[in-house]
Design a protein around this ligand. Structure first.
Ligand SMILES: Cc1ncc(COP(=O)(O)O)c(C=O)c1O
Length: 392
């Protein structure tokens, strides 16, 4: 522990072996530190464990309707955090946000239809149109100084007559952008002009790191955009309970809501009582736990930037760094880095080949070990001949 900072609850390294953790078991038996999938290596707050334990005091875990206090906690959260007041009837509860955007695509799909997606993006977005029998139109984000932004001209040019849906990740995974209200207004106008539905995945809304950034729910901007938007929320990222899937779609338009619900029939299971208990406690949280988490993540972000430098843009939101390794000349840099004991997400899976995504939501000591390996790997890979000239 460096002398210049106080110990933190987030410094504790938790052994996740024998929990069948997706993140850690990917490299079971190998000396590879995992910084890939977006789950944090931090303990959930005590008040969530208590809420789960209290529910477990009842011995029956039956099929469960959405509890009233869940609805109340979520609606109050939306109002408290963003000043957005919505009626209960707009809510559709679902077991996950990925489920939600796949349902959105199915709900609005038409024969010959297509879906517009800015890339790079959280990789399940990319297969969503195909699952709904729709074409996918991927339009790259562009770098404007130190920020990735939507390219409205390119998106307009890419739009076709049958384009039905725009899929937004905000805050953006993997570039870490928290889109500003002005950009979202421009997007809303774009969707209206091109007659597009909008599916807005806002799962990272509460993890805003940049002091001058904030989260704006796009549907709260104006009733006209709310009428064509499916907004998706969950507390599972912020409170590190992704194994207790619980999410909610906010859909203002009755017909769109009906079509969304129809797409669920026979496929989407209900949410379990423990997941409801955990997410209710999370949305009702009035403590400063999230602020403490964000403070810690800011420190980690600083460490990552010190090592990664200009290869990444500053992360405004999320705990994910999008790192440009295109100069190394590998289409699969994450696979190369694995050989040096660091497990990152492959940028190509997000539509950004040559990049890697690093999840820095872990104790600083673990992050520092990973960053040391990353530096070592980069030094070695950069000093190699370009891949085309490597001989066997
Ligand atoms: C942008 C984004 N959306 C959705 C998810 C997953 O949501 P869920 O587990 O509720 O399906 C993630 C997880 O990393 C994510 O980063």
């Amino acid at each position: 522990m460096p002398a210049d900072r106080e110990p933190s609850e987030f410094d504790v390294e938790i052994d996740r072996t024998n929990t069948s953790s997706s993140k850690w078991d990917k490299y079971r038996g190998r000396d590879v530190l995992p910084f890939w999938v977006a789950d944090m290596d931090f303990a959930m707050p005590a008040f969530i464990r208590t809420a789960i334990a209290e529910r477990l005091e009842h011995p029956v875990l039956g099929y469960t309707r959405t509890p009233e206090d869940m609805v109340e906690a979520f609606l109050s959260w939306l109002k408290r955090e963003y000043g957005w007041e919505v009626p209960e009837e707009w809510l559709v509860w679902i077991p996950g946000v990925v489920t939600g955007f796949n349902l959105a695509a199915r709900a609005v799909a038409q024969p010959g239809g297509s879906v517009l997606i800015p890339t790079p993006v959280y990789y399940p977005f990319l297969s969503t149109p195909r699952h709904a029998g729709q074409e996918s139109i991927e339009v790259p984000l562009v770098k404007d100084d130190d920020r990735w932004v939507m390219d409205f001209d390119a998106m307009a040019a890419a739009c076709r007559a049958g384009t039905r849906l725009f899929m937004l990740s905000n805050p953006q995974n993997p570039t870490g952008r928290a889109y500003a209200e002005e950009e979202l207004r421009q997007l809303a106008a774009f969707c209206l002009r091109h007659d597009l539905y909008l599916c807005s995945d806002e799962i990272h809304a509460s993890i805003i790191l940049a002091p001058d950034a904030g989260h704006v729910p796009v549907a709260a901007i104006a009733p006209e955009i709310a009428e064509r938007t499916i907004s998706l929320y969950a507390a599972t990222k912020t409170y590190n309970i992704p194994g207790l899937g619980c999410a909610v779609a906010v859909i203002a338009d009755a017909r769109l809501r009906r079509d969304f619900r129809r797409a669920m029939v026979g496929l989407v299971p209900g949410i379990g009582p423990l997941a409801y208990a955990a997410s209710t406690a999370a949305f009702a949280d009035a403590s400063d736990w999230t602020q403490r988490l964000i403070g810690y993540l800011r420190g980690n972000h600083q460490r990552v930037r010190e090592v990664v430098g200009a290869r990444m843009t500053p992360v405004e939101a999320t705990y994910l760094a999008w790192i440009d390794l295109t100069d190394l000349g590998f289409p699969d840099p994450a696979a190369r880095l694995e050989a040096f004991g660091i497990g990152l997400s492959e940028g190509g899976d997000f539509g950004g080949p040559g990049f890697v995504r690093l999840n820095f939501a872990c104790p600083r000591s673990l992050l520092d070990r990973g960053l040391a390996r990353f530096e070592d790997a980069l030094a070695r890979l950069s000093s190699r001949p370009a891949p085309e000239t490597v001989s066997d």
